[in-house]
Each structure stands twice: as C-alpha cells, then as structure tokens.
Design a protein around this ligand. Sequence first.
Ligand code: PAF
Length: 294
Amino acid sequence: MATETPVATVTTAEDLQAQLALAGQDGQKIGFVPTMGGLHAGHSSLMKASVAACDFTVVSIYVNPLQFSPSEDLATYPRDFVADSALCVAQGVDLVFHPSVEEMQKALPRTPVPVSEVAGLWEGANRPDHFAGVATVVAALFSLVGPCQAFFGEKDFQQLAVVQQLVRDLNLPVSVVGCPTWRETDGLALSSRNVYLTATQRDQAPVLYQALKVGADLITNGATNRLKVEAAMTEVLKTADALIVDYCAVVDPQSLQPVEDFEADARLLVAGCFGATRLLDNRAVQEGERYGSC
Ligand code: PAF
C-alpha cells in the first residue's frame, strides 16, 4: 500500500526560521498561509494560491487562545493534525509550523499590537478582544516568517481588513492577498465550525448566503436605500427559526461603515448563531460563486 510522504513540520520558532533562512538563501519567494487547522477546501484554495504565486509555502496551524473569549469554543475547536497534514501534502505545501501554546507564547510581542477602528465594528462589537487576539498572533507569525505574501480568506472579511490595516500601520514587509470564499453547493460558506451544526441547523444554515444574495440582487437591480436592503435581508434570515441574527449590514469595503452611496462598491455582511455555533458570511455585490472542493 502506498503511504503518503508526510509534510515537513517544525514546532519551534527556531526551526521555522532556520528552514526559512535556507529557502531565503536560494532567493525563494515565501508564501504564508496562517490557519488554526480544521482545514477544508477554503484553506486548500489559499494554499493553492500560495503555491502558484510563491516558491516556498509555509502553513501555520495554531489554535490561538487569545482570539477566543472564555465562553467560546477554544477547548472543542476542531484539531486533527493528521487530516490537516494530508491536505497540506495534497496542495504541495513545503513546510508546516505547528507550535504548542507554550512555544507560541514565547514568540508573542510584549508590546500590545494595535488594532484599527475597523476592529471595533460588527464582530468586534460582539467579541471585544477577538481582533486584538488575532492581530497579536498574526504580528508574531509575520515577524517569524519575515518578508512574504500572506494568504487570507475573504470569508473572514473583517479579519482581512484588520490584518491589512495592521500591515499598513506597522509597515510590515508582508503583501496580504485576499482569496475568495468557497461554498457548499447550497451556498453555505466553508468554515471549520460547520462541523458543529446539527442536522436541522445545517439545513437552515444556507439562509445566510440566501440573504446576501437577496441583498446583492436588490442593489444590482437599482435599490439605493440601505435600510430597505438590510430589511429585505433580515426577512430572509428570519425564515430560519434556529438562527439568532447578530447583524446584517451593507458596508463600505474599506472602512466597514454602513454605506450610503450604492454606486460605490458595497460589501454585504451577515452573522448569527445557530445554538452555540456562530457563523458569518459576506459577499461583494458582484461576485462569482466557488463551490465544492478546491
Ligand atoms: O483565520 C484564522 O484561522 C485565524 O484567525 C488566524 C488568522 C490564523 C489567526 O489565528
């Protein structure tokens, strides 16, 4: 029986930097995909983009305690290193960085990492320390990896905006690349947390995407009143009785503030909870869909 070669893995900052220094000596362009594991086709698409654009791709797998509040799912967050490594091998990843919490803690900056005003909106309003936790670990990872192209999913659109602002503010030698969301055939955005959904919740979960589509179609067909578009989206969300809606908004894609001018490029955001499972989704007004496995 053929056995797959395991992906090269390092668990310490020192070994990561030694491997990257070797790659750097050969002048290789570094691609970086930061993840918390629980990898799926959405992550595969990030790895694929990195492998296509860069000479050496490193994926980090680290469930970052700093971005979970005490009531969130840190303990139960999906952890399956064997399945994750297999996916990395399949996508041609060169190196996985898989540190322990203790190892990562040594690499975290003691100086607080700034987050911009974008971090206080939407997800940040509900989860006050979340983006500070993301920014702290992402800044530490960027400083370990050094100059690179870093690939993030647009599924977490606000996270992408926070990271882009972080890179601009600190003038980090990182080029941040946003990659499109991947979806199940019924429109549900791929997320590591989808595995938590019960059968009923899973049946209802595509409602998030349906609401985004209704909003986008209204704008495409000439709607100019944000509140009316948001109300129509909310009506769609209400059809899922298992969903507690958190927000549903039409925003400016840079500032993430509610948009007034629909001639400008708008972004539609939705988030809510099915039981303890928080799901978020977003889309541009004009956007092609990507379904299934990458
Ligand atoms: O998107 C994620 O998986 C995480 O928020 C990230 C960027 C890896 C930071 O922990």
